[in-house]
Design a binder for this molecule. Sequence first.
Ligand code: ATP
Length: 273
Amino acid sequence: TKAKPTRIDEKTKVTFKDVAGLKEAKVEIMELVDFLKRPEEYTRLGARIPKGVLLTGPPGTGKTLLAKAVAGESGVPFYSMSGSEFVEMFVGVGASRVRDLFKQAKEKAPSIVFIDEIDAVGRSRDKAKSFQSNDERENTLNQLLSELDGFEANSGVIVLAATNRLDVLDKALLRAGRFDRHIYMELPTRIEREEIFNVHLKRIKTDDSVKVDLLASLTPGFSGADIANICNEAALLAARNKKEVVTNEDFTQARDRVVGGLERSSKIISPNE
Ligand code: ATP
């Protein structure tokens, strides 16, 4: 028997401080935090808070991180699952996982449900014809749609989902009352990369040779995840060489490694400014 794939984080410590850059996305998502903290202020005025918010953008731009920060800032539990985990070979498993996920989240409301890679279940039906377990995937998608419709707005459950393939999503998911709000998260600009480096350098012991503005200039096209990766690689390199502190040289090597990894995975690095 397999462990349940739902991940529950009752008290995530991630906050907006951990999320660098993404100013607009943070402003938009702040409304959800405010609602989770003071729902009565909204209900009193008859305002309806969105049930579902879709985070879109290239891989590694902090979609999961931002979703977690909403839970962390509001102090509510975070229930997450990846779309690829819904889609199983066994008939009925996907749908029952969706049902389970929502059941748990509703019991613990106010809460956040986060579905990563929603395109794995939510791929447009006509675009997915050639897929092997098409019926099963469709059952799972239908279950997800019925769960989204099955609770009231303002019930305290907010569903966040992430995808880097908005173009392939089934339109049914995007209808009013479902994922009708979209927040686009772009690759970071040079200034934002500097902010991301600063967040990740907080836990790393560096010397004066490490210049954040230089690192940011040398990493056009890198995502937040790539930057987190460079910082960790640099610290690993320094530790392997029994150094007391992490130096600029370690960062340069770490960058080259990460670039190598990106090239191998044939990701195109294009300067974005
Ligand atoms: P994917 O689309 O591949 O699932 P994602 O957009 O969900 O990626 P995350 O998983 O949130 O990206 O990012 C991975 C890691 O990269 C984060 O845990 C964090 O360490 C780092 N990171 C990404 N974006 C940022 C950011 N804006 N500020 C600080 N750290 C970031």
